[in-house]
Design a protein around this ligand. Structure first.
Ligand code: UD1
Length: 418
């Protein structure tokens, strides 16, 4: 495993363009399985998870070509319904191809994705939804087999607004003639991006971005060209890095409306944030943060995103006061607290709630990324810390951040890789 080596104490300053969103690109790549012919995607980030999804698509028979941030996926050769076990194990998001494969081939099969560092992450809601669409679901012995040649539209009420389940079911429903309704659907911007893609293919999708989505599927979907939305979590991470180092930066290709809860909280502690432009955010950190207790809990969109909780927690170490972070989406997503303590952070945490004693100096140390976003939190802490920090598990962090060291260096950070 590689490492990041960060010498902290430098202000981040400059302009940076946010890349296309990983979590929008992955389901949209999977949804290309539904198309009649080649689809062209723009602003696809160059990340390990995207490479794994590329391998999954190739394994089931698609042709995938990449040129810079453009990708062409030709699904016409798809004839395999089994997702190779090693790809499923490498990336949970491989589950996204189940819905499209079921709709295209009448069958999909994969090993069950395991738990991961942040929680158990079952797929029961996906399977409940497939059953509601008339599929036969066999789930046991470590394998999941979904079959159904004559699927029918249905009414699905999700017990929790799961992002992945909403996406998988939207994709399957898009090729089932008639109206499917998903209640208590996830409302994340990535859902809206997927809906727009499915609409371009010819399905009718109403209500994406609300908790009540109606899809009128078509037996045959066409082809299209689509640009992936900007990565709101990458944007949040960069913004928090700038704020944590007392910096000033412009984020381009950043949709401020996609980050409810972040800008207001930054303003509360004294950061100046300009969000008037629809696709650009400018932030100025104050010379000194004012003491202010901050309390934040994560929840599904439009709540505070669980994917920016670790980075925000690291930023809070800068703010004088006692702060509370409560994680309500995943059951074990505060693993960064332990690593941050190695850098001198004063944090008391159980699996769900952390108390952060902010405003005390951090010192460089050797830490390890427990998972992708927790790793990003360690990078933010390292940028603030005195001295050198070595962050192990660079590849884990690079699953979600393209050329992170290069881009932070351009903003003035002292960060290298090895
Ligand atoms: C997606 C994102 C991930 C983000 C998460 C929540 C992608 C590729 N990943 O993951 O970065 O952290 O949304 O915003 O887009 N659950 C069940 N049963 C299910 C499905 C989910 O109990 O069948 C639970 C999960 O264990 C978790 C919660 O629901 O506690 C949220 O999961 P979900 O919204 O499905 O997240 P993902 O789609 O896996």
């Amino acid at each position: 495993m590689g490492e990041f080596v960060v010498r902290g104490g430098r202000r981040l300053e400059g302009t940076v363009r946010v890349n296309g969103a990983k979590n929008a690109a992955l389901p949209i790549m999977a949804a290309s399985i539904l198309a009649q012919g080649p689809v062209v995607l723009h602003d696809v980030p160059d990340l390990r998870d995207v490479a794994v999804m590329t391998d999954v698509l190739k394994a089931v028979g698609a042709t995938v070509k990449r040129s810079g941030a453009d990708m062409t996926i030709d699904p016409r050769g798809i004839n395999q319904h089994v997702v190779p076990a090693h790809l499923m194990q490498e990336m949970r998001a491989s589950i996204f191809v189940m819905g499209p494969l079921l709709a295209r081939l009448g069958r999909a099969e994969a090993v069950q994705p395991g738990g991961c560092a942040i929680g158990d992450r079952p797929i029961d809601l996906h399977l409940y939804g497939f059953r509601a669409l008339g599929a036969d679901v066999q789930d046991g012995g470590g394998r999941t087999v979904i079959a159904g040649k004559n699927l029918s539209p249905g009414e699905i009420h999700l017990a929790f607004p799961s992002v992945g389940a909403t996406e998988n079911l939207m994709m399957a429903a898009s090729r089932i003639p008639g109206e499917t309704r998903i209640r208590n659907a996830a409302m994340e911007p990535e859902i809206v991006d997927l809906a727009q893609f499915l609409e371009k293919l010819g399905a009718v999708v109403r209500g994406a971005g609300t908790s009540d989505i109606r899809i009128v599927g078509q037996e045959w979907l066409g082809t299209c060209e689509h640009t992936i939305i900007p990565d709101r979590i990458e944007a949040a991470t960069l913004a928090l890095g700038v704020a944590a180092t007392g910096g000033h930066a412009v984020l381009e290709n950043c949709l401020p409306d996609h980050l409810p809860g972040l800008w207001g909280r930054l303003r509360d502690v004294g950061v100046r944030v300009a969000t008037e432009d629809a696709e650009r955010v400018e932030i100025w950190a104050p010379a000194q943060y004012r003491p202010a207790p901050v309390s934040v809990h994560t929840s599904p969109y439009p709540g505070f995103a669980t994917d920016m909780q670790p980075q925000f927690l690291a930023f809070l170490l800068k703010i004088p006061g006692v702060h509370v972070v409560s994680e309500r989406v995943f059951e074990n997503r505060l693993g960064h607290s332990r690593e941050l303590r190695r850098m001198g952070a004063q944090i008391v945490a159980d699996q769900r709630v952390a108390l952060i004693y902010g405003g005390r100096p951090l010192v460089g140390s050797v830490v390890a990324a427990p998972d992708l976003r927790a790793g990003a939190a360690l990078v933010i802490a390292a940028l603030m810390a005195e001295g050198e920090t070595i962050i192990k598990g660079r590849e884990i962090i690079e699953r979600g951040y393209q050329q992170l060291a290069e881009r932070l260096s351009l903003l003035g950070a002292d960060i290298g890789v090895r």
